[in-house]
Design a binder for this molecule. Structure first.
Ligand code: SF4
Length: 155
């Protein structure tokens, strides 16, 4: 089950996209130095297909990409929601910010346009640091993965 803590329309998380970013709680990763430790907790509201539909219909004209910020406690649910967006909203791209160091084998990358992986490690910094251990993949039409992390570091 996914639970969401809050959401916002943001400009930094996915380069060249206006992103409706939903922050999920129940994060199982517990990275040392986590910027949002409250997301470890069982907080917020259950996030189901109805919630997803309501959010998209409310903000549809204001964003180009829907981002699941977290959800590592239930990657199957993230995958199902991303697939639903792909099948029902052809103009909306999908992104997943995972805190795992590998892409989960519980998802199908065809359902995503972007996938960020990597736990937070203080010594390596954030996506904006050249030393980062995190990667933002762009998923191309042939399902090849293109590392576009450098786009954060040019800014
Ligand atoms: S994945 Fe993100 S929210 Fe979860 S513990 Fe790591 S930094 Fe915090």
């Amino acid at each position: 089950m996914l639970k969401y803590f809050n959401y916002d329309i943001v400009f930094q998380e996915i380069p060249n996209e206006v992103t409706l970013a939903v922050n999920f709680s129940l994060c199982p990763n517990h990275c040392e130095g986590c910027h949002s430790p409250w997301l470890w907790q069982d907080r917020g509201e259950e996030f189901d297909l109805q919630t997803l539909d309501n959010l998209i219909r409310t903000y549809h004209s204001n964003f180009t990409c829907f981002a699941f910020m977290g959800g590592d406690n239930d990657p199957e649910a993230v995958n199902k929601m991303a697939e639903y967006i792909k099948e029902n909203y052809e103009n909306i791209k999908t992104a997943w910010y995972s805190g795992k160091d590998e892409i989960s084998d519980k998802i199908e990358i065809k359902n995503f346009d972007y996938i960020k992986i990597g736990s937070y490690k203080k010594e390596f910094g954030s996506l904006k640091d050249k030393t980062t251990n995190q990667i933002l993949w762009k998923i191309n039409g042939d399902l090849s993965k293109e590392d576009i992390t450098y786009l954060f570091q040019k800014r």
